[in-house]
Write a protein that binds this ligand. Structure first.
Ligand code: BG6
Length: 471
């Protein structure tokens, strides 16, 4: 809808940018850090691994100085669990604790609010070896105890906490659960069990947060985006609703309402995916919901109905990282109305406004955008210039929609672009760049790791200085 008058961003709006430990830090074996599932997963010979990344571990002063120059109000980063507890539980590694103390202190010195992700994909490998990791119930207490340690250690300076990043991706990406083997359906079954444990662990962590009298807010960072019907045919509309349920809402319903919705229960039962649930689990989730949501948004999708056939019976899935087609439910199709990135992600700024509205309608929590950005083949030109006008345009259009969502009445705490600096993309190495700051390295040539401000750096600096007026 249009409005008669539009308000500006609140003066306390948190303008920020984000990263994740394993994608920027490097130094994976330094100063006592233990191995994570990311460090041991099978390497793709075509792209770099995460062992050096942006070498942020050795550049934090320089990197934070750049954040300050840009004017960031908030910096979202994740703590590598295995720097703090190399084995995931047991002994603390003081060198790891000190590293994040230095980072947090440097941020505070520059009046940059730290926004801490407790766990962003880099699960301790030792916990997988000890008891199977998230698929075992033992994982719940280890996560809670780790989070409690962080609250007690950094809570005097950190007010905003994200519990688990993109849990739905962890559930569906076997290597991130430390699972091996080839049986897709068995991995999914285990994934839903892991999902349940992560939800209980999140609720217990939020309980601990309250019991410790922590100030501030806490909640998950969720990957959530609209799934549009490909047409106005009622079957496609039903397919889009079902896709929203099994991609996104199933998880939000657990986190925020402590329930497996009636239709999701049926979905799980019919596929033998129903997890073991203990008495009190759902009550715990109901009692300790998040107090804010982090929203990761990159693209929207369009789907049409995918009727089951003899060849593709109910439950058949095109095996892919994320659900793209499931017989009897939906199939992702190209949205002819939208342009796409070089990796085929359909660019849909209005979809962000719709997403924020949908989330607020359903869950009524204040939100912060924890990731939003465009991966691109940036080119470093002579005199250290990177002309990333496509990034500026992507971010501008999305920020405009955040403003419109605020005008619709959605409470937004802030906006973190992905990413502050170039980092190793989750699936595409260094060639897919996201940052405001160019890191001078390639997949297999570390060059000099020089930090170079892209055009988007100067643009975002102005956006922040004008509190979102100068877009
Ligand atoms: C999100 C993750 O899924 O998307 C990030 O939280 C990731 O870690 C980002 O980098 C973009 O995905 P990709 O695969 O392009 O790096």
């Amino acid at each position: 809808m249009e409005h008669k008058a539009y308000t500006s961003f609140d003066s306390g709006f948190l303008w920020g940018a984000a990263t994740a430990s394993f994608q920027v830090e490097g130094a994976v074996k330094e100063d006592g850090k233990g191995l994570s599932v990311i460090d041991v997963m099978p390497k793709n010979p075509a792209i770099t691994d995460f062992s050096v990344a942006a070498d942020h571990y050795h550049h934090i002063e320089e990197d934070v100085a750049l954040m300050a120059e840009m004017g960031l109000k908030v910096y979202r980063f994740s703590i590598a669990w295995t720097r703090i507890f190399p084995k995931g539980n047991g002994e603390v590694n003081q060198a790891g604790v000190d590293f994040y103390n230095r980072l947090i202190d440097a941020l505070i010195k520059h009046q940059i609010e730290p926004l801490v992700t407790i766990y962003h994909f880099d699960y301790p490998q030792s916990l997988v070896e000890q008891y199977g990791g998230w698929i075992s119930r033992e994982s719940i207490e280890d996560y809670r105890a780790y989070a409690e340690f962080l609250f007690k250690t950094y809570g005097d300076r950190v007010k905003y906490w994200l519990t688990i990043n993109e849990q739905d991706h962890v559930v569906r990406i076997p290597s991130r659960l430390g699972l091996t083997g080839e049986d897709h359906y068995e991995q999914l079954r285990l994934g839903y069990q892991a999902n349940h444990h992560m939800c209980v662990a999140t609720a217990l962590t939020i309980k601990t947060f309250h019991e410790l009298g922590m100030e501030g807010k806490i909640g998950p960072a969720v990957s959530y985006s609209m799934v549009h019907p490909a047409s106005s045919h009622p079957d496609d509309i039903l397919a889009s609703k079902d896709a929203m349920l099994i991609k996104h809402n199933y998880l939000m319903d657990l986190h925020c309402h402590g329930e497996y919705s009636y239709s999701f229960q049926r979905y799980l039962e019919e596929r033998n995916f129903t997890p073991a649930i203990e008495d009190g689990d759902l009550e715990l989730m109901k009692k300790y919901p998040p107090t804010m949501l982090g929203v990761n948004y990159y693209f929207s999708e369009a789907v049409r109905a995918f009727p089951a056939t003899e060849e593709f019976p109910i439950g058949y899935q095109k095996k892919s990282l994320l659900p793209e087609a499931e017989a009897g439910v939906f199939e992702v199709v190209k949205n002819e109305n939208l342009a796409a990135t070089d990796w085929g992600w359909e660019i849909d700024p209005v979809g962000l406004r719709l997403t924020l509205r949908e989330l607020y309608d359903r869950y009524k929590l204040p939100m912060i955008i924890t990731e939003n950005g465009i991966g691109a083949y940036d080119k470093l030109e002579d005199e250290d210039i990177v002309r990333d006008d496509y990034r500026i345009s992507y971010l501008r259009e999305h920020i405009k929609q955040v403003k419109l969502a605020i005008n619709d009445g959605v409470p937004m705490l802030g906006y973190c672009a992905w990413s502050f600096m170039d980092l190793v993309s989750g699936r595409n190495g260094m060639e897919k760049r996201y940052g405001f700051v160019y890191i001078n390295r390639e997949d297999f040539d570390f060059k000099d790791m020089r930090r170079i401000k892209k055009d988007s750096f100067y643009w975002y600096q102005k956006v922040i200085a004008s509190n979102g007026e100068d877009l």
